[in-house]
Every structure is written in structure tokens, then in C-alpha cells.
Design a protein around this ligand. Sequence first.
Ligand SMILES: [Zn+2]
Ligand SMILES: [Zn+2]
Length: 214
Amino acid sequence: MTQGEAVIKALREWTDGKLACSRRCPVCGRILLLVPGQFHRDSKSSSGFSWRCAECACRAAKEWASQNKERRKIRSRRWYEANRLRQYANNKRAEQADPERYRRYHCLAVARYQKRNKENIRDKHRIYKANYKARRRNAVGRLSAHDVNALWIKQGGKCEYCEKPLLTFHLDHKLPLSRGGRNDVCNIALSCPRCNCSKKAQTDEEFRQCRQLA
Ligand SMILES: [Zn+2]
Ligand SMILES: [Zn+2]
């Protein structure tokens, strides 16, 4: 199969057998390919696609949402409830039909998710731990994944102290929580595990001096 044929085959699959063609969006007037990404799917329409292009549809949806905040809230809550219950019912049915297979499948799915999101899960856990420790010490502030990403960018992915590239990181409180440090982004540095573990209850300044002496 040539690349061109592969593309046409993919288009046929996307369009349920109907070969993709182009269509003019009546809202913005652009002529676009009738493929997902350019037009939203719509199973109720005969072509399988929405009458306006994806961009126009998104714009209209955003406009509608900004003008109908309360209705939108109710709608999304209803959707969430319905789908959660349906998902739950599907899972239950699958488990009852074949518990052994379900368990196998479920374990596999969980393992696959964990493998694919190893670093994300680890980051989340670190943030959770830092927040937990801070709460126990009644420290002010709360960290989010957003803060950590910002720090990573600010530090160029390097350890704050030894400046080696971070393969993995610890969340270091520059002024330690034990000495009244805050648990917010101004008081956090990403450090390599080695630096973080040897720093202990020193402040970042003390630790830097200590490193210079050594
Ligand atoms: Zn359009
Ligand atoms: Zn380091």
C-alpha cells in the first residue's frame, strides 16, 4: 500500500466508508477537508460531520457557554452524573459476567496506566507529600503541579544547588518547614535527591556556604 492509498483508507474509515471530500463552512466561508479535526463528527448528520467547521463550532460553543453560565453548569453536572453511572454499570456488568477476566483486564489497565504515567504519578505524589507535611506543621501555602512546572522551566531543568540536570527531583523548602518556612512556590526549589538529602535543616544560603567549604 502506498502512502496515498493509506491516507485514503484512513479517510474512508473516518467517514464510515464515504470518501472524504471538501466542504465550504457556511459560517466562515473557508473550504476545508471533510475530516475529523476540520469538522466535528455528528452521527445525526448524513455526512457524519457537523454543518460548520470545528473552529466555528468551538467559537459558538464558547460564546454559548459564556452567555449561559448557570445552564452550562447544570448541563455538565448532568452529563458527568449520567456517564459516571453508565460507566459504573458497565464495569459492574463486565465483572459479573466474567470476574476472572474482568480482574485480569482491570489489573492490566491499571498497570498500563501506571507505566505510561510513571513520572506524572511520581510528581503528583511528591506534591501531595510536601503539602501533607506542610499541613501537619501548620505551614502557610499549598503547592500545585502548575507551580512545579513553572519552577522546572525557571531552573532550566537543573538542580538549584549542584546545577546538574534533574533526572528526578525533590521539592526542597529553601527555608525548611521545621524553621517556619512557608509551603509556597517562593520558598521551593527543585533539587536533586543528593543535594536535598544532604541539606537537611539548613537554609539554602547555609547549604550553599557549606558546599563551598567542602
Ligand atoms: Zn467555519
Ligand atoms: Zn543537586
